[in-house]
Design a protein around this ligand. Sequence first.
Ligand SMILES: [Zn+2]
Length: 159
Amino acid sequence: MEDSRTPLNDEDHKANSCPLCNIPGQEVLAEFPRWRLARTKTMKQHRERLMLYFREHVKTLDEQSIGEAYMLLLTIGRRYFSYTDRWAVFEPVYATVPDHWHRVASDLDPSSEDYEQILKTPRLIIHTDQMTIDRAKPESLEGLPENPSSAGQQRARSS
Ligand SMILES: [Zn+2]
């Protein structure tokens, strides 16, 4: 509205109104060359609920960057979620800031405020002791046939 001829200003404006871009430095738990780690604004009764977000305001990332983010989250989660036997990284289907790439991780406390939503969210469940990873899909999709080739690679069940 102010000046539509300069896309750069528009970018700035978008970034400035973004909650993730505006997380104050003192709330950042860890800094990485391309990422920042912070607690989520609402903990939803979890003891720990974290968010890893890309430093720049971008909506989508290339596959390698996403892989990097998940690897970082696994390393981070090992420390932050050592109090619980399993925790999860969630797909952003209910993300409140869909325009800025991030992933939320939390414990799986059934008494947490968002536990019902957790069950509806595609997620990777990490078992703390063995560091094994299970992929969980929303219950409504559980009955659907899986693609055998990708399911075999994604699953790392211990039993
Ligand atoms: Zn942003």
